[in-house]
Design a protein around this ligand. Structure first.
Ligand SMILES: O=C(O)CCC(=O)C(=O)O
Ligand SMILES: [Fe+2]
Length: 500
């Protein structure tokens, strides 16, 4: 059926009051027609018309997603939060997940890491493994005080164990790090090694390296035995009960309890079930502390370049790689029309990348952004959405500058596409350092910065007078061996969500 015919069929269905057709047609009009056109407005009206009918929750979700992605428009964040809350209150897992992210970032709502945690905790109880992992991460990094009814004893390790019970490599990985180091749980390097190896079996980035570095040498017989048990535990786990779209919240809770009980039978003394049948990890070891980045170390004043060692933790670096690993694309494929810097990227950068937008951002993305904002005394509202880029051997980013031309800034502002103004500075975080090559070179200053995992690099693209600085020319040297992964944020002149 051609699109035109299909549209006519949908129009007919809309006239007879069919809400599924309203949703389908509304989304089509919104994606096909530019913001501000009557056709675009009609798309929005169709979604609104469906928002009180039998498909209200889906309509709320589509409206929320629409406003999330319309971030640069005034009031969009508040509208996004309003619709997202309605879909979340109706129990839609995807909406609960995005609402948690909004509470953490404080977008459209008062920031509340505690609400973000509670939403992830609820989702974790329904068998959503990433939510279980995020709940654990938030406990260690967002200053959330677990408390309230049933909250006693919630620890990061407990949530990572629950993610592990659901078969999530991220859960094995983070639990493995903690058993290896003895943070939040009494150290058991053999079990830690086994968990990290299990995460590596599941393809989790950095897990094999962490196992080799944190518990060096050949695995002990005990580590090998734990690894075998972890594998056979998962082989016999009744995971199908959580298959996509299989059951409602109550059935998913029951299936989750069964999986947690199953995992506890692996027999490790630190894993136990509480009175409510939920999996917990006996607390012990060193008190977990929020990650502390190193102070700025200035390398150059023309251009201005500084580094911070351990800006991001190993766990954060590996999470960020895992988040984009399946979706990386060549620069030419993510280029947006009319953006000169995207054209330059396609021309000069031979690796791959992926932006992490508000529909994909996780707690780690927001916490790292908040850390960048704190360390640079910048507002998170003036940070461009981050992206992750990867260089394979032979790939490079030839000499270029990151600042926008005055033409580009004015065109973006006029077309209502981007109100952020100049890219004052660039913030890079080395997620994985290559074995050889891949230095960041500031060509005109004769400065070369070798990446180390977790290191943050800040360089200004403008001089102290605020004007584009030609001295900021820089190069990502060809990687000779291994892979190089970077996080990129740019610090913009203005808030991105306030029209000028
Ligand atoms: O890879 C590097 O070291 C530099 C990356 C860069 O310049 C950029 O992403 O704009
Ligand atoms: Fe650059």
């Amino acid at each position: 059926m051609s699109t035109a015919v299909a549209d006519q069929v949908l129009e007919q269905a809309v006239r007879s009051g069919d809400d599924a057709a309203r949703l389908e047609l509304g989304n089509r009009w919104l994606s096909r027609h530019r913001y501000g056109t009557p056709e675009h407005e009609r798309g929005l009206e169709l979604l609104l018309a469906a928002s009180e009918g039998p498909l209200a929750v889906q309509a709320h979700w589509f409206l929320a997603a629409y406003y999330v992605q319309l971030a640069v428009r005034p009031g969009a964040a508040a509208e996004a939060a309003r619709w997202m809350s309605r879909a979340a209150d109706a129990g839609m897992p995807a909406a609960m997940d995005r609402l948690a992210e909004m509470y953490l970032a404080g977008r459209g709502v008062e920031p509340s890491p505690a609400r973000a945690f509670e939403l992830h905790k609820e989702l974790a109880g329904q068998g959503h493994s990433r939510a279980a992992w995020e709940a654990g991460y938030l406990l260690d990094h967002a200053g959330v005080e677990p408390g309230g009814p049933g909250g006693e004893g919630d620890t990061a390790c407990t949530f990572f164990a629950r993610a592990s019970a659901l078969g999530d490599p991220a859960g094995y990985y983070s639990l493995g790090l903690r058993f290896a180091a003895g943070t939040g749980v009494a150290a058991d390097p053999d079990f830690g090694r086994a968990l990290l190896s299990r995460a590596a079996d599941g393809g989790y980035p950095g897990a094999a390296e962490a196992a080799d570095e944190l518990v060096p040498g050949a695995p002990s017989p005990r580590a090998t035995e734990w690894h075998r048990r972890l594998k056979s535990n998962m082989d016999s786990a009744p995971l199908e009960a959580l298959g996509p779209g299989r059951a409602g919240a109550a059935q998913r809770r029951a299936a989750t309890l069964a999986l947690e009980a199953h995992f506890s039978r692996i027999g490790h003394p630190a894993l136990r079930l509480d009175a409510g049948g939920r999996l917990r990890v006996a607390p012990g070891g060193a008190r977990p502390a929020a990650h502390q980045p190193g102070n700025w170390h200035w390398l150059s004043h023309a251009p201005r370049v500084a580094t911070s060692t351990d800006f991001a933790s190993r766990e954060e670096c590996d999470h960020l790689m895992s988040r984009v690993a399946g979706t990386l694309r060549k620069a030419g494929e993510y280029r947006r029309a009319g953006r000169d810097n995207d054209d330059a990227e396609a021309l000069y950068f031979s690796g791959s990348g992926q932006a992490i937008n508000a529909m994909a951002a996780t707690s780690v993305v927001r916490i790292v952004e908040q850390r960048i904002a704190r360390m640079t005394d910048w507002s998170p509202r003036a940070l461009e959405p981050c992206s992750v880029i990867r260089y394979l051997p032979g790939e490079e980013y030839r000499p270029h500058v990151d600042f926008f031309s005055p033409d580009q800034i004015e065109r973006d502002r006029r077309e209502g596409r981007d109100f952020g103004g100049q890219r004052i500075a660039t913030f890079l975080v080395c997620l994985r350092a290559p074995a050889a090559g891949g230095e960041t070179v500031y060509d005109k200053a004769g400065l070369s910065v070798a990446g180390r995992r977790g290191q943050g690099v800040l360089h200004y693209n403008v001089g102290p007078d605020g004007q584009p600085d030609p001295m900021s020319l820089h190069t990502g040297m060809p990687v000779r061996d291994g892979e190089k992964w970077l996080w990129r944020s740019t610090l913009r002149e203005h808030y991105l969500d306030v029209p000028r």
